[in-house]
Design a protein. Sequence first.
Length: 83
Amino acid sequence: MLDFANAYAHLSTATPAVINPILEIRSRDGSILYEKTGQNLQQAVIKPGIISLIRKILSDTANGIPGWENKFSVAGLKIALKT
């Protein structure tokens, strides 16, 4: 699941952050073994112009499944959907 999330993160911005849901790991006595620090950025693999084109195609309701145009909507937001 994290691999999919990281892959789709590249469609949201040219330099997406690495997705790491683990904030900290503690031992039995409560001492911190690992703590997440800052966000590391991934290397850009898709050019920004291509990202814009893909988002435009995926957000166009004419390219979606007929009858689903109004099922996935958020007021004030343009959503790009993949089926």
